[in-house]
Design a protein around this ligand. Sequence first.
Ligand SMILES: [Zn+2]
Length: 270
Amino acid sequence: MTQKYEQEFTIKPVGIVHAEPSDPSEISIYGLKKDSYIEIFPEYQQALTRIEENSHLWILLWFHQANRSMLKMSPGINRNLPEYGVFSLRAPHRPNPIALTHVYLERCEGCNLYVSGLDAIDGTPVLDIKPYHEGDIIFEPRTPYMPPARPAMRRDRFFKQALEHHKEICIGLWMGVRMALVAEEFLGHLNREDVLVEVTGSRCLADVVQGLSRARLANPARFSFQESSTIQSSRWTKKDRRIELTARSGYSIDQWENGQPEDLFIIQKD
Ligand SMILES: [Zn+2]
């Protein structure tokens, strides 16, 4: 029976990645990726017609350096986590090393797509490009909890998520990122139905906390917000455990990024 499915397909790359990293170890998982561009081969240029009407694209790549025999592994960001099958991971290693990544399209010039957010090394073959549609957005997916092992990487992960959601780097963004890190350390995974979040403060803080916790106003009602220009605080509750963080005032954006939590916040736990 299985013989019927043992087919081989021939896929011709439609383009190639031009990027700074030349080795997979140089790819920063959560850091801001340097700008790169995708060169589409001239015979496919017509397929780019009107592509600039999209801000975001899905890029399908062939990770030519991947290990194709590996079927199970611990996530690369934290080897202390249990093993997952490669179909439950986004690791490059898999039987068919097809990578899927979304990028921001800066501009299209001739056959070149200038993009940001592409996590691929120089010379990676490009298999296909599809537009990212609004219907692709799933605000509150169920996902396994895979916190990175290194604290700096945990911060980078929240910073990247917050920036994708909030679209600007401001004090509210860093305040929300730092609050979520402390709350996560105390309560664990923040995107869970039983984690409730209340924000008092600026709209920027509320937006960032909502983006990181994926807490919605209804169905289920996990999020509430009271606008205030004098208080900046968030309260996170999971069953009978609760942590409240109230920001101290007078810090610069750099201090919000790098300060110690106990200096930045009044922290109450119960
Ligand atoms: Zn803001």
